[in-house]
Design a protein around this ligand. Structure first.
Ligand code: ZN
Length: 95
């Protein structure tokens, strides 16, 4: 989650030590704050990958499934809720 692009100026942005998104070159572009956004579909894909990495695959009736994929399909509402919390914590706006 370190390679993001500012929505306003398309410059690369990164999180600083205070977990605030800043322009990578260090200068505010035209005085605006760095704006980290992600498209809804991409957010779902990324959050699924995050869960797949954090959690072990789950076994259902002898078959193994990636945890993120399993939650996304079994309980889309729980998946979406966790996803919104995750990106909110990352300071990234879903658009
Ligand atoms: Zn910018």
């Amino acid at each position: 989650m370190s390679n993001m692009t500012c929505q306003q100026c398309d410059e690369d942005i990164e999180r600083n030590g205070n977990d605030v998104w800043i322009h990578t070159d260090g200068d505010p572009e035209n005085g605006h704050d760095a704006q980290a956004t992600i498209r809804d579909y991409d957010a779902e894909e990324q959050y699924q990958d995050v869960l797949d990495e954090i959690y072990e695959p789950v076994n259902v009736c002898g078959y193994d499934y990636d945890a993120g994929r399993a939650l996304r399909q079994l309980d889309p509402i729980a998946f979406r809720t966790g996803m919104l919390d995750y990106f909110d914590g990352e300071g990234i706006e879903i658009v």
